[in-house]
Design a protein around this ligand. Structure first.
Ligand SMILES: [Fe+2]
Length: 411
């Protein structure tokens, strides 16, 4: 069944505008706030980096100071350093290269071309991302106690409207099987333009998102807190291959190689509440009634020079990271991957975010377990199923006690 999204957009925009009588004042207020925030990011880039940095030991010792935490909430992006021993990570990186080459990934890719259309409408072409989900390296990292500690700490930064009935359990992770990036030095064709994951037009047309953004649309805009968990686990995304069906408190990755500005790696707009402005922006009079600043159903939400130049003035590369460092960003944060890899080494990462236990994530595990057992693609992604006959694939008997809980095999 084809859905006429233009009609829905037109209808929802009209309804939203009618329900927000002070839309113009809201947009002006948010524009001023954003302008100041963009300037602040630019200033921070000249002094220290705008992206927050924490050493894993500080988390383990419970010594992260309040100023760092409040900066983390404002910037929405954090590098947590020295999570893994660099030698372990080097082993993982080498093993992943072997896993892909020895199992003839590239030959198989030729046969399966065209299945992945998620990023099809973004300006840059497809990045060097591999549809492998079940390598030993990925699974060992996912079920590691190190990442469990990091994610538990990150998860508890979220605020729950009713602490007696939290929206999710910050202490337990659900395993989300994502892919890996292996980007060759010199690569100039494979970038990813600025975007936000986790829903595009839904943010304006699905009432489940009005709960998440109720302060932006209808309530006290200034008080909008992107770390308020209210409604976040109940959003309804338009089904599409490669749109995440889990609730993630953070997207993230673990660095397998050293990479920094210019190495074809992550760029971000380190302003967590930028989404408030993006939402109001699409409701302004210069945007067509059937348009949401170019947002397309089932695709990443693109951030464009056309409509969002102000935000892109704060689009910055992350600081250089070393093997074993990890990067985390709030699900509303605008991010992309540099078009050109001008460095001299591979720029490799394992995408591992944080998906705490809640009913939405537990439901997804029901789909994930059979895919894991068969070595099929993670059910959120194109069903390329590269690994069904891969040798060296991680198997169920290799799960640790923690891994079994994260996969939902044990309570
Ligand atoms: Fe993304």
């Amino acid at each position: 069944m084809t859905v006429n999204y233009e009609e829905q957009i037109q209808k929802c925009k009209a309804e939203l505008k009618a329900k927000i009588p002070d839309l113009s004042e809201r947009f002006q207020a948010e524009t001023s706030r954003l302008k100041a925030e963009v300037e602040q990011v630019q200033h921070e880039m000249k002094t220290r980096h705008a992206v927050v940095e924490i050493d894993f030991r500080e988390i383990q010792q419970g010594s992260v100071d309040d100023d760092t935490i409040s900066r983390l909430k404002r910037r929405g992006v954090v590098v947590i350093r020295n999570v893994f021993d660099p030698q372990v990570v080097e082993g993982w990186n080498n093993e992943l290269h072997r896993y892909i080459n020895d199992n003839h990934y590239f030959e198989k890719q030729q046969e399966k071309a065209g299945l992945d259309s998620y990023f099809g409408s973004l300006a840059s072409s497809k990045p060097q991302i591999f549809g492998v989900y079940w390598s030993r390296a990925q699974m060992e990292a996912r079920q590691s106690t190190e990442l469990a500690e990091v994610r538990q700490w990150l998860n508890q930064l979220w605020r729950h409207p009713n602490p007696n009935h939290p929206e999710f359990d910050a202490s337990v992770e659900c395993l989300y099987a994502d892919r890996i990036r292996q980007r060759e030095p010199g690569d100039a064709s494979l970038g990813l333009s600025p975007h936000v994951d986790g829903g595009s037009i839904e943010r304006w047309i699905d009432p489940s998102f009005y709960e998440v953004y109720k302060d932006v649309y209808f309530g006290n805009l200034k008080a909008f807190d992107p770390f308020n968990a209210h409604g976040r686990v109940h959003t309804r995304e338009i089904p599409s291959p490669a749109v995440c069906r889990m609730f993630r408190t953070y997207q993230g990755w673990t660095a397998l190689t050293r990479q920094g500005p210019g190495d074809g790696t992550l760029n971000v707009v380190p302003i967590t509440r930028a989404m408030a402005w993006v939402l109001l922006r699409a409701l302004q009079d210069d945007v067509d009634d059937t348009d949401l600043c170019g947002a397309r159903a089932g695709r990443a939400l693109g951030i464009t020079e056309n409509h969002h130049q102000m935000l892109l003035d704060a689009y910055v590369p992350i600081p250089t990271v070393e093997p074993g460092d990890t990067v985390w960003w709030h699900p509303d944060v605008i991010h992309g991957v540099e078009d050109q890899h001008q460095g001299s080494e591979y720029s490799n990462v394992m995408y591992i975010g944080a998906a705490p236990r809640c009913s939405k994530n537990a439901q997804f595990l029901e789909l994930l377990r059979p895919a894991f057992e068969q070595g099929q693609s993670s059910p959120d992604f194109a069903p390329e199923d590269y690994e069904t006959d891969f040798s060296g694939r991680f198997t169920i008997d290799q799960l640790s006690a923690l891994g079994r809980v994260q996969m939902g095999y044990d309570p």
